[in-house]
Design a protein around this ligand. Structure first.
Ligand code: BG6
Length: 516
C-alpha cells in the first residue's frame, strides 16, 4: 500500500487566538482528579504559550482544609506529572508565573459561597480581573445541583441585587462538567436550576471531545471542501463507524464509574456528539447558534430505540482479568467496584438517523475500556463501485473507499482509494492519502475549552437541547439495562478488542469492525 503525505497548511501562529481579557477563574472540586489531571495542566499550557492575559486570578475551592501554599505544592506535582506535560518539559519559572496567581479558599456549607465571593474582591482588585468571573464545576456530578443553587443564591450570576461580575461591568460564566445529569429527568432538573440563576449565554456545558483539534476539523473538512458534501449521503455511503477505545481501565474512578458505566460516561456525550458532527446538515453560517442548532437537529433525528429489542442494536461488555505488558485486573477487581458489578465497560450501539440524507445508513458506535490500542476515529465506508469492470484483472475483491478521520493516537485523516499498481499486468491496489497534524503545536482540548470560556464562545459546548436529545435517546435503554441481571459478565479479557457480541452485531449485517 502506498502513502502520500499532503502539505501542511498555514503556520500555527497565525491560527492562534488573541489573548483573552483578564479573568478570575473559580474551580470547585479543585483538589480532585479532573482539576489535577486536566484543568491545571491546561492552564499551565496556556500560560506557556502566552495565551493567558497579563492579569488573571485562579481560586481553587474544595471541602478540604488547606492553605494556598499547600494547594500550590499539590498542583505543582500534578502538573509536572501530567501526561500532556511531563517532568522533562516542566518549566519551573513558567509554573511560578501561574502559581503566584493561584489561591485556595475552602467552602464548607451553603453560606460560605457568599463569603467567598465577598472575600475574593480584594484579590480581584489586586490582580485587576475586571470582575470577569468563571465558575468551573469540576466536582462529582451528584453535587452540581447544590453548588449551582449555592452560587446562584450568593449572587454569582451577577444578575441579583447581591452584586457579582456583570453588575460591575464584567461577565459571569458557569462551566458544568459532564456527565450532565444521569438521565433525561435529572438533566432537565439541572437545566432548570441553571436557568433559574443564569442566562443561557452564561452556561457552558462541557464535552471536551468537541474541543479536540481533529473533532473541530470534521466541520472544516466537510464544509470547506466541495468534493465531499455531494457524496455525504445514503446514495454513496454504506455505513459509518465511530470508535473511542482506550487501553486504560477506570483508573481510580471506581465509585464514579459504578454509577455511570460506559453508556453515560462516553455515549450520552462524546460518542453522540461525534455522530452529530458527522451527520448534521451544513449550518447557514459558522455561528454558535447555528452550529449548535444543527448538531441538536441531528441528535433529535436519531431514530428512537426500542428497549424491548435491545439485542438488535446493543452489545455490552465488561472486562475480566487479562494481559497487556503484564497482568491486568478485571473490572470487578478494581478499587471501589463491587465484586458482582453489572456495570458495562464496553458498548457497541447501532443507530440510524431518520432523515432524507441518512435513511438506511447504519452508524455503528463502539467504546470500551482496556482494549489493545487507544483508538479514536470516525470512518466513512463508501459503497462498492456499482459495476466492476476490473473484476477479471483482480483476483482479490476491490475494496470500497474509506475515509477515516482519526482523533487519536495520531491526529490525522486518511482516504483509501484504489489505483493501478505499477507494472505491465493490470493490477489494482489500495493507496492512502493522509494528512497528519503537526505534533506539539495545538493546545489540548481542555486548554481550548478554558480559552473559549474566557472568550465567551459557546460553540464547542453543548446546548440544553443537545443534552436533552441525547438523554431522550439513551434513557430508556439505560433503564432497561439497569433492570437486567447480566449473566455473562465479564465477557472480554482486559487487553482484547471487546466482546464477541459486538462482532456478531456487525456480522449479522454482513459487515466487520475496522481493526483496533
Ligand atoms: C472522559 C471519560 O469524559 O473521557 C473517561 O469520563 C474517558 O472515562 C475520557 O477516559 C476519554 O477522553 P480522552 O480525551 O482522554 O480521550
Amino acid at each position: 500500500m502506498s502513502t502520500t503525505q499532503l502539505e501542511a497548511g498555514p503556520q500555527a501562529d497565525v491560527c492562534e487566538f488573541e489573548r483573552p481579557k483578564p479573568f478570575n477563574l473559580f474551580i470547585f472540586g479543585a483538589t480532585g482528579d479532573l482539576a489535577k489531571r486536566k484543568i491545571f495542566p491546561a492552564l499551565y499550557q496556556l500560560n506557556t504559550l502566552s495565551l493567558l492575559p497579563e492579569e488573571f486570578l485562579i481560586i481553587g475551592s474544595a471541602r478540604k482544609k488547606m492553605d494556598t501554599d499547600e494547594f500550590r505544592d499539590l498542583l505543582r506535582e500534578a502538573v509536572r506529572n501530567a501526561p500532556s506535560i511531563g517532568v522533562e518539559k516542566f518549566n519551573e519559572a513558567k509554573w511560578r508565573e501561574l502559581a503566584n496567581r493561584v489561591h485556595y479558599m475552602p467552602v464548607e456549607d451553603p453560606g460560605s459561597y457568599g463569603a467567598m465571593l465577598k472575600n475574593c474582591v480584594p484579590l480581584e482588585e489586586r490582580y485587576k480581573t475586571c470582575r470577569n468571573r468563571i465558575f468551573y464545576l469540576a466536582m462529582p456530578p451528584s453535587a452540581f445541583n447544590d453548588v449551582i443553587k449555592n452560587l446562584g443564591e450568593a449572587g454569582a450570576a451577577g444578575q441579583s441585587e447581591k452584586g457579582g461580575g456583570e453588575e460591575n461591568g464584567g461577565y459571569s460564566h458557569i462551566v458544568v462538567e459532564k456527565p450532565f445529569g444521569r438521565d433525561l429527568e435529572s438533566a432537565g432538573e439541572l437545566n432548570s436550576t441553571l436557568r433559574k440563576y443564569f442566562r443561557e449565554d452564561q452556561i457552558y456545558r462541557m464535552d471536551h471531545f468537541l474541543a479536540k483539534e481533529t473533532v473541530q476539523n470534521i466541520l472544516m473538512f466537510r464544509f470547506s471542501n466541495y468534493i465531499f458534501e455531494p457524496i455525504w449521503n445514503n446514495r454513496y455511503i454504506d455505513h459509518v463507524q465511530i470508535t473511542a477505545a482506550e487501553t486504560l481501565g477506570i483508573e481510580n474512578r471506581g465509585p464514579y464509574y459504578e454509577e455511570s458505566g460506559v453508556l453515560r460516561d462516553m455515549f450520552q456525550n462524546h460518542m453522540l456528539h461525534l455522530l452529530a458532527l458527522t451527520a448534521m446538515e451544513p449550518p447557514s453560517a459558522f455561528t454558535t447558534g447555528k452550529v449548535r442548532g444543527e448538531r441538536a437537529k441531528a441528535l433529535s433525528s436519531i431514530k428512537p430505540l426500542d428497549p424491548e429489542k435491545m439485542d438488535e442494536f446493543l452489545a455490552l461488555g465488561q472486562y475480566g482479568p487479562g494481559h497487556s505488558d503484564g497482568v491486568l485486573p478485571g473490572y470487578r477487581n478494581e478499587p471501589g467496584v463491587s465484586p458482582n458489578s453489572n456495570t458495562a465497560t464496553y458498548a457497541a450501539l447501532k443507530l440510524e438517523v431518520g432523515n432524507w440524507r441518512w435513511d438506511g445508513v447504519p452508524f455503528y458506535l463502539r467504546s470500551g475500556k482496556r482494549t489493545p490500542a487507544r483508538t479514536g476515529e470516525i470512518s466513512i465506508h463508501f459503497k462498492p463501485v456499482p459495476h466492476k469492470i476490473f473484476r477479471e484483472y483482480n483476483e482479490q475483491q476491490i475494496e470500497p473507499n474509506v475515509l477515516t478521520l482519526c482523533i487519536h493516537p495520531d491526529e490525522k485523516f486518511d482516504l483509501f482509494l484504489q489505483a493501478k499498481q505499477p507494472g505491465t499486468r493490470i493490477c489494482l491496489g489500495p493507496v492512502r492519502l493522509d494528512y497528519t497534524y503537526p505534533k506539539g503545536i495545538a493546545t489540548t482540548d481542555y486548554a481550548r475549552i478554558l480559552l473559549d470560556c474566557m472568550q465567551g464562545d459557546q460553540m464547542l459546548f453543548a446546548s440544553a437541547d443537545e443534552v436533552e436529545s441525547s438523554w431522550q435517546l439513551l434513557t430508556p435503554v439505560i433503564k432497561k439495562v439497569e433492570s437486567m441481571e447480566i449473566k455473562d459478565f465479564p465477557n472480554y479479557e482486559a487487553g482484547s478488542s471487546g466482546p464477541g457480541q459486538a462482532d456478531a452485531m456487525l456480522s449479522r449485517d454482513g459487515r466487520a469492525w475496522d481493526p483496533l
